[in-house]
Design a protein around this ligand. Structure first.
Ligand code: DGY
Length: 335
């Protein structure tokens, strides 16, 4: 009997997904959820044919150099700024991600953050848990937040998630403006009721600005002090995209100085560390990168990553045709 291929799973995953992988592979699963540094990743990937990695695991040229066994790296997430796609392609390693399955959940979460920050849900809960309200020490004009209905929603980055955020705006009676590298087809614009504008106009007109763009070198600090200065003082910023797209220090200063009303952030520059100035502010809602974390969606993401590895290594119904390749040139080369 020939030995099963080996795969490495960088974080504990659902038992049913691990069981499916174990049908085909010898599976090594990390017992703990934590990022791995370059030296550790290099060592973990050295003896395996495939891997499922987390967004905090940076797989670059140095990590895979000289590794002639590795054939596939499946990212447990849609964003893949942790993967050096060029290096993987050069090395003939297929990279995959988990698009589509998380679109609606992440869009739901963008609205959860918008509502929470606008209506000051987290701060009010902190106040209540601290023992306030019994005997009613609350004034009629306490806890006044911002309305969403009728305000303008701005979306920076109008891919699948941006569009899903936009579609939800109809229920809130919010007109939608967007800015994107390229204009959406007219039918999609109509369905999303979204109007393309330049970035300066988006910054100036949005009452709620949601960031949904990928993290690339050119998008680093796409929202920094100059951009924040162009926004309304009454505006609210939501980042569900990636840390580093916003200059967190500049954002904290703007929030502290009343140059921006509020913010809600699911991602941070240098996460899991959060800028201390943000932690000190009450007009920002913070969450630990959980926009896709509904039970159904996280399961679907893990299944999709597993499907990719199974197919990439030549097993299952879709053998040789992984569902969501990032560098399909690798497959073409092998065909
Ligand atoms: C992803 O998958 O890239 C998202 O950040 C999940 O929230």
């Amino acid at each position: 009997m020939t030995a099963k291929p080996k795969i490495w799973v960088a974080r504990p995953l659902f038992p049913e997904v691990l069981a499916r992988l174990a049908d085909y592979f010898e599976v090594q699963v990390e017992p703990e959820d934590r990022p791995h540094d370059a030296a550790e990743l290099r060592q973990k990937l050295a003896g395996v044919d495939g891997a499922l990695v987390g967004l905090a695991d940076r797989v670059d040229a140095a990590v895979i150099e000289g590794n002639h066994r590795l054939k596939v790296v499946a990212n447990l997430g849609v964003g893949y700024n942790n993967l050096d796609l060029e290096a993987l392609t050069r090395a003939g390693v297929l990279a995959t991600n988990t698009p589509d399955v998380l679109t609606e959940s992440v869009a739901d979460y963008a609205w959860a953050l918008m509502l929470a920050a606008a209506r000051r849900v987290s701060a009010a809960e902190r106040w209540l848990r601290a023992g306030h309200w019994p005997g009613s020490n609350m004034r009629f004009d306490d806890w006044m937040g911002l309305d969403l209905h009728g305000r303008t929603l701005g979306i920076l980055g109008m891919g699948r998630i941006g569009q899903a955020v936009a579609r939800r705006a109809l229920g809130f009676g919010m007109p939608v403006l967007y800015h994107n590298r390229s204009r959406l087809p007219e039918a999609v614009e109509r369905e999303c009721r979204a109007i393309l504008v330049g970035k300066p106009e988006l910054l100036a007109r949005a009452d709620f600005l949601v960031l949904v763009l990928p993290f690339t070198a050119e998008n680093r600090h796409a929202i920094g002090a100059p951009e924040l200065a162009q926004m309304k003082r009454s505006a609210l910023l939501v980042n569900i995209a990636r840390g580093g797209i916003v200059d967190d220090a500049a954002l904290a200063a703007a929030l502290r100085e009343g140059k921006l009303a509020a913010a809600a952030l699911d991602v941070f520059e240098g996460e899991p560390v959060v800028h201390p100035d943000l932690l000190a502010l009450d007009n920002v809602v913070l969450s630990p990168h959980i926009a896709s974390a509904s039970g159904e969606t996280r399961r679907a993401m893990a299944q999709l990553a597993a499907d990719n590895v199974i197919a990439a290594l030549g097993y299952g119904e879709s053998a040789g045709k992984p569902p969501t390749p990032l560098n399909p040139a690798v497959l073409a080369h092998k065909a």
